[in-house]
Design a protein around this ligand. Sequence first.
Ligand SMILES: *Cc1c(COP(=O)(O)O)cnc(C)c1O
Length: 233
Amino acid sequence: MIKENLNEVQKNISAALSASSRKAEDLTLIAVSKTKPVEMIKEAYDLGIRDFGENRVQEIMDKYPLLPRDIRWHLIGHLQTNKVKYIIDKVCMIHSVDSYKLAEEISRQGQKHDLVMDILIEVNVAGEESKFGVKPDDAAALCEEISRLPNIHIRGLMTVAPYVEDEEENRPVFCALRQLSVDIGGKNIDNVDMECLSMGMSGDYRVAIEEGATFVRVGTNIFGHREYNRVEG
Ligand SMILES: *Cc1c(COP(=O)(O)O)cnc(C)c1O
């Protein structure tokens, strides 16, 4: 099942890339494996996937020792400051930084482990109450503040778009995130790069790619639906 799903997703990705005259190297598919067992991750790994996304610290800690070392783990969910220490040496990128306090702790833990952590600033573009992320108007100031921390490197922006029936409805959201990244990039802030845009999930990754996504985070369309009443890992 994973094989067929992955083929389908990769076919759609190729189509969206060529529709927008973009190169395959400019996009990374992150397979979102939250709630899914290591056997399924191994299956996707054997099909060539190396980038996996998780949104809970505990799940990364459980899965990490059981899977190959060359997996690149992306933390895509809300991160509590007191849990940074558990994943600082396990993930390649934290997509969900939306406060200075969190960034400060990431930098502090990075210093301890002698590493510089790549992060994205999560922006709540659509202004949904239920969502994490900084307001678009506050993003540039937060980048500037975080840029002065030594062991952290801002690589771009991330957003979780609203749930919609028709993915076209999210095009303005993706377009706005890209425009924001161009604006912030134009400020030439030291230690802030804006080359990454993490946007697009199962329901809307095609449109996100057309609007410039460099990471798409696809779970359901690769691994199937999730059951939240059961804690796996
Ligand atoms: C769960 C999750 C995804 C993947 O969602 P699907 O709709 O299953 O593709 C992407 N991004 C974040 C932040 C998530 O929490």
